[in-house]
Design a protein around this ligand. Structure first.
Ligand code: FE2
Ligand code: FE2
Length: 201
């Protein structure tokens, strides 16, 4: 089904609250992290850990490692149903996640998170072969998220602050869908988050 922007449905006002501390993040991932990552073969927690691990292995700055860990926290907060994407429902998880964390982290963490969906739309426009290698679920959600960028949109996106970080985060995101991958545990990455958080307790 070809879902146009006008057909995109919005989740009902989600009952989520701000995540005000690293301890609250730990509870959230512990309690809800086992839910599947969309139609992929990994859980939300595995996806988060693999994203952060890819960033760390690539020598990324601590803020980008934390952004990679948390980039899909909005999915946990919105509690998107497994059939929502197939049914044309976008949970706007990037906005929900950043809103929930706005008192906990600065822009160096939040901006790459906020832009990780837009970065996918950009790479589909500018990187040969990127669109073709997206997973079926990622292709479906692309349509809900606005589709491939126009050339003018892509030009503007390149000028935005945190453009490079958003692209880097997207690379980590794409590498984080391996059911058998081994990573450090949540505590390792939350300890990095604590060094950046305004309220680590
Ligand atoms: Fe995402
Ligand atoms: Fe993701």
């Amino acid at each position: 089904m070809n879902t146009s922007l006008h057909e995109t449905k919005v989740m009902p006002a989600a009952s989520f609250t701000a995540v005000a501390s690293v301890a609250a993040l730990e509870r959230l991932y512990t309690e809800r992290g086992q839910s599947l990552y969309g139609g992929e073969a990994v859980s939300q927690l595995q996806h988060a850990l693999q994203s952060a691990h890819a960033a760390e292995q690539g020598g990324a700055a601590p803020a980008l490692i934390v952004a990679a860990l948390l980039h899909d926290v909005g999915h946990l907060l919105a509690q998107q149903g497994e059939q929502d994407i197939a049914n044309g429902v976008d949970d706007h998880h990037e906005a929900i996640g950043v809103t929930a964390l706005k008192h906990l982290f600065g822009p160096e963490v939040l901006q790459p998170m906020a832009l990780h969906v837009t970065a996918k739309r950009y790479l589909c426009a500018r990187e040969p072969g990127y669109l073709q290698q997206l997973s079926p679920t990622s292709l479906q959600s692309l349509q809900l998220q606005g589709g491939v960028m126009s050339a003018a949109e892509a030009d503007r996106f390149e000028q935005r602050a945190y453009f490079a970080e958003a692209i880097l985060l997207r690379r980590c995101d794409e590498l984080a869908k391996e059911p058998e991958a081994q990573t450090p545990g949540l505590a390792h990455f939350l300890s990095i988050a604590s060094t950046l958080a305004k309220n680590p307790a």
